[in-house]
Design a protein around this ligand. Structure first.
Ligand code: CMP
Length: 138
């Protein structure tokens, strides 16, 4: 079954939105197979955001993502990567469709509440990256 990696980012965790965000995924019939609250370090974030190294927003992004705890989720379901991206909405909350998580809870490009893997291939890679920190079994 297809899997994806979601991060409920530090802004949303600080605002106590974890339960509401998880409910949105569950209401869309997606299965939460792992959920783990963690303080990410720079090492894991540099791997996770490897594609963005060198971009002007990279330092701010890593600083923010390691500033306080996040919740890492692994979701499973048919077509889950695409469904989660739809539910999350556009990266920029100002451009996100009403009803999406980023529309409802995002503050800006960096504090945009959630991350979801962008493809099945990337999801596999991201799940392995976070496995090093979280050590889930299956
Ligand atoms: P995310 O899905 O976590 O993947 C990369 C993140 O970089 C993105 O969400 C945003 O939070 C953040 N970011 C900050 N500035 C930008 C930008 N100008 N363009 C794209 N992503 C940005």
């Amino acid at each position: 079954m297809e899997r994806t990696l979601v991060i409920i980012k530090p802004d949303a965790v600080a605002k106590k939105l974890v339960g509401r965000i998880i409910s949105i995924y569950e209401d869309n019939r997606l299965e939460i197979i792992h959920a783990h609250r963690v303080l990410a370090n720079r090492e894991v974030l540099e791997k996770h955001y490897e594609a963005h190294i060198g971009k002007d927003f990279f330092e701010e992004l890593v600083e923010f993502m390691s500033s306080s705890e996040m919740v890492v989720l692994i979701l499973e379901g048919e077509n889950v990567v695409e469904i989660v991206r739809e539910i999350n909405g556009s990266t920029n909350p100002a451009k996100a469709r009403p009803g999406t998580i980023r529309y409802m809870f995002g503050e800006g490009l960096t504090k945009n509440a959630v991350h979801g893997s962008e493809s099945v291939q990337v999801a596999k890679k991201e799940i392995e990256i976070w496995r090093d920190l979280i050590r889930f079994e299956n």
